[in-house]
Design a protein around this ligand. Structure first.
Ligand SMILES: NC(=O)c1ccc[n+]([C@@H]2O[C@H](COP(=O)([O-])OP(=O)(O)OC[C@H]3O[C@@H](n4cnc5c(N)ncnc54)[C@H](O)[C@@H]3O)[C@@H](O)[C@H]2O)c1
Length: 377
């Protein structure tokens, strides 16, 4: 029988729910060397915490992450909190010898990310950043096609991430509007995903030139006490040069009226092209110059065959999967890595490299110049 691993989760709202779902489902669909036990949940609002624990089957609760991390019965700490707390929780967890799954962006800045990486390496624990879009079967297929040379030499990586939940000026202040709690706005939230996918699919980014804007500078405070000042960007755009020679464009905004969670990538190479849209995540568009002339054209691959990554565990071909499955895949890969003492990606090094790109864009936007991204280790 597979061994069990006790999980402690910190953060009980959006990502707390998504990760809980993954920990519930994963052992039912994948053969695992380690089966997760939902041992403890940590949150600050006692009533909400208790309701969350009951709804998702967490056995015990804690109202302080320090206590959760110190518990002898916790082996894996899952950080689903707002960004300012990622670093202190992760460093404490590593020092206590716990494996760590941390939501993205890894931290508030690259300096914090470096501390997290150093602490995890020193402790010899497994560490993963929850870049769940690496676990979309169609995007894993995209990477396989690129590795097989189907795109030839890649010249363009163009990515947009559009949401519209901040178009309404009466939408109240939340932690995501405050750089002291979030580090940045649309940039750290949405560009973190795009930069990670760029690194996953094309390679390292060498230099960036960015622009950032806060369009709605005041919003009603959530406590009803007047207006609060928005310090985190509503939108950030940037251009990039990749180490491999490609150039890229990245747009992230929460004011793209009508767009809900529209993450679209277009990758152009000398031999072919790929297009992906998260709102249709089972599909990958592929164009190959090697196809016979009259039949050339973009084709849509429905990435739901048992031959496609992760899909065999789910349903017959064409019985599509959804956004929540990406978290199940993520947790599956982490558990396998912990059991076999193998590295798993995206790890804290990937989180740091992503953060270095994000930080360089902020410097570029404030100083109005191109900024080099530090070289990797
Ligand atoms: N992978 C993805 O697709 C994705 C999507 C959304 C959010 N995220 C990331 O997940 C993280 C959480 O975002 P969310 O949308 O779930 O936020 P949220 O506001 O819905 O939930 C945040 C939770 O963290 C808790 N929290 C904050 N500080 C805490 C502390 N010191 N101790 C205990 N609990 C604390 C809050 O009480 C709340 O339960 C962020 O880093 C965010 O960027 C990732």
């Amino acid at each position: 029988m597979a061994r069990e691993i006790n999980v402690g989760i910190v953060g009980t709202r959006f990502m707390g729910r998504a990760h809980s779902h993954a920990f519930i489902d994963v052992a039912h669909f994948f053969d695992l060397p380690l089966v997760p036990v939902r041992r403890a949940a940590c949150g600050r609002d006692v009533a909400q915490l208790e309701a969350f624990a009951q709804q998702f089957g967490w056995q015990t609760t804690e109202t302080s992450w320090e206590r959760l991390v110190a518990r002898d019965d916790i082996e894996l700490v899952d950080i689903c909190t707002s960004n300012a707390s990622h670093m202190p929780i992760a460093v404490a967890a590593a020092r206590a010898g716990k494996h760590i799954l941390c939501e993205k962006p890894i931290a508030m800045n690259a300096e914090e990310a470096r501390r997290m990486l150093d602490a995890a390496r020193e402790a010899g624990v497994s560490h993963m950043v929850a870049f769940n879009y690496r676990r979309v079967p169609a995007l894993v297929l995209a990477r396989e096609l690129i590795e097989q040379g189907k795109l030839g030499r890649i010249v363009h990586f163009d990515a947009v991430y559009y949401q519209d939940w901040l178009v309404d000026p009466s939408f109240p202040m939340v932690w995501r509007h405050d750089i002291r709690e979030a580090g940045s706005g649309a940039h750290g939230d949405m560009h973190a995903h795009l930069v990670d996918l760029a690194r996953f699919l094309v390679g390292e980014i060498a230099a960036v030139s960015g622009v950032q804007e806060v369009f709605i500078r005041e919003r009603p405070r959530a406590d009803g006490q007047g207006m609060g000042t928005v310090t985190a960007d509503d939108a950030t755009y940037f251009l990039a040069r990749f180490e491999g020679g490609a150039i890229g464009s990245f747009l992230a905004t929460r004011l793209a009226t009508g767009r809900k969670n529209y993450l679209r990538l277009e990758i152009f190479g000398s031999e072919g092209s790929l297009v992906f849209n998260l709102e249709r995540l089972n599909e990958l568009e592929f164009y190959s110059r090697r196809d016979p002339g009259p039949e050339q054209g973009f084709r849509t691959i429905l990435a739901t065959d048992s031959a496609h990554p992760y899909v065999k565990a789910w349903w017959p071909a064409g019985h599509i999967i959804g956004w929540e499955h990406t978290f199940v895949h993520e947790v599956r890969d982490l558990l396998v890595a912990i059991a076999h003492r193998e590295p798993v990606h995206a790890d804290f090094y990937d989180g740091l490299r992503c953060q270095q790109v994000l930080d360089a864009v902020c410097v570029s936007a404030s100083e109005g110049r191109w900024v080099d991204v530090p070289a990797g280790d």
